[in-house]
Design a protein around this ligand. Sequence first.
Ligand SMILES: NC(=O)c1ccc[n+]([C@@H]2O[C@H](COP(=O)([O-])OP(=O)(O)OC[C@H]3O[C@@H](n4cnc5c(N)ncnc54)[C@H](O)[C@@H]3O)[C@@H](O)[C@H]2O)c1
Length: 262
Amino acid sequence: MASGVSRLKEKGCIVTGAGAGIGLAVARAFASEGASVLVNDIDEDAAARAAASIVSDGGRAVSNAAPIGSVDSADALLEEALSAFGTVDVLVNNAGVLRDRMLHNMSEEDWDTVLNVHLKGTWACGRALVRHWRPLAKAEAEEGRVLHRKIINVASASGLMGAAGQSNYAAAKMGVVGLTKTWAKELGRLAINVNAIAPAALTNMIEPLLKDPDMAEKRLARFALGRYGTPEEIAPTFVFLASKDADYITGQVLCVDGGLVI
Ligand SMILES: NC(=O)c1ccc[n+]([C@@H]2O[C@H](COP(=O)([O-])OP(=O)(O)OC[C@H]3O[C@@H](n4cnc5c(N)ncnc54)[C@H](O)[C@@H]3O)[C@@H](O)[C@H]2O)c1
């Protein structure tokens, strides 16, 4: 599965929600750059298929079905990645769900489900990794070594501009932007870079939103490039932020969205 570049050689990476869509493309792109990847997804079969496809292409991957959204799942995820690879250097907080409703119709469950996966899940996974990384980074600093580690969160246009019908999702993603900026400030001195990507790609999450032709036309008209991207067009920016080339970038939200947010 070598791309010939190997920008993530010997890196251990965790990608949540990587059984499909953007997460799957990111896991595959990381593996093609030489990384060992823990492919997490609540859909156990999808996670297993994704990991198997990476392995059959010559890459290194294991699957994990922990439901993102709790401290226990986050700790289990880290344990499994460490026991499989011995190191974890990159965390991608990608797992996500939508429960779109206008405010007057939104149930408590719609709110809790979305906030739990996107916001608490991102917080819990970041916390688990940072608790593991802090002593390593401090020991390296004492030896005069600097080894960058990376957290890449997944934000959204909704989390930058708001979106009708998405008070749960917009609040969660705005919270993810808040975590990104706060962690960048907390963790920079430990050489932990924290950035977010706000993507737009045609995936299972988006397809239902384009079923109605009138709605689809209105949606696509908002993109400068006039279309949704593919997950494979989003993944290279994750590789870039995970790589050494981005060691001096932190606290940023990069829109990889065909000009949706300008
Ligand atoms: N596709 C877009 O245009 C777009 C735009 C903005 C933001 N995003 C964000 O990108 C991320 C990926 O979305 P996608 O479009 O690839 O969607 P997707 O539905 O194709 O993939 C999401 C994956 O997350 C998994 N998942 C859901 N809940 C989980 C949980 N609790 N634990 C573990 N896995 C879980 C799903 O099973 C699924 O495989 C999400 O955070 C989403 O909010 C996507």
